[in-house]
Design a protein around this ligand. Structure first.
Ligand code: IMP
Ligand code: MG
Length: 191
């Protein structure tokens, strides 16, 4: 078990689940696989801010074919509306998806409800193809059936932070992924 060095940033962290080196190696693999599969198709790579930012930038630099890049941003409806997985687009894509080969990149898929909602929205825009690449997968909590074309790692059934994943906006810029101690987790804010 690796414990991160103690300092102000790492307070509240438990075990490191995936190290910087492990993440780098896996992201390079994914980039190679995507480059091979999408050769000649000039795909549109789409990410949802903000969690995906480090994965997206490392993955893109591991892809050696021409691609285009776009982002969307969402905010989740919480208990008030009760609409499970319903999200509001706070920033839409700038590129048209019509007849494009779209690769949707996610940081982590947990219940899959957010993504399932987004995929319905995106499919309606008439892409030539639409595939999903997630760095982290938490299959234990899945409530929606998500077709995953590329998957980096499975995650334990724990709340983790780092490499883009936050807890109340903290810890996103850790270069590795670590568990939070139960004390630091408190009442889990899942976004
Ligand atoms: P779901 O798949 O709709 O349940 O939601 C996935 C979203 O929940 C992700 O995009 C993250 O914002 C957040 N999330 C899920 N698990 C974790 C975690 O372990 N750490 C940080 N955020 C998480
Ligand atoms: Mg989040």
């Amino acid at each position: 078990m690796i414990t991160p060095p103690a300092n102000e940033l790492t307070s509240g962290l438990g075990r490191v689940v995936y190290s910087e080196a492990q993440i780098r190696a896996r992201v390079l693999d994914l980039g190679r696989e995507i480059s091979r599969d999408y050769a000649g198709r000039n795909p549109l790579v789409v990410g949802v801010l903000k969690g995906v930012m480090f994965f997206m930038s490392d993955l893109l630099r591991a892809i050696d074919i021409p691609v285009r890049v776009d982002f969307m941003a969402i905010s989740r409806y919480v208990a008030a509306t009760g609409g499970k997985g319903a999200v509001r687009l706070t920033k839409d894509l700038e590129e048209s998806m019509a007849d494009q080969h779209v690769l949707f990149v996610e940081d982590v898929i947990d219940t899959g409800l957010t993504l399932s909602y987004l995929l319905r929205n995106l499919r309606a825009r008439g892409p030539a193809s639409l595939e999903v690449c997630t760095l982290f997968d938490k299959p234990q909590h899945r409530l929606a059936n998500i077709p995953l074309r590329y998957r980096g790692f499975d995650l334990p059934d724990r709340f983790v932070v780092g490499y883009g994943l936050d807890h109340k906006e903290a810890y996103r810029h850790l270069p590795y992924v670590a568990e939070l101690t139960p004390a630091a987790l408190g009442l889990s804010n899942r976004d």
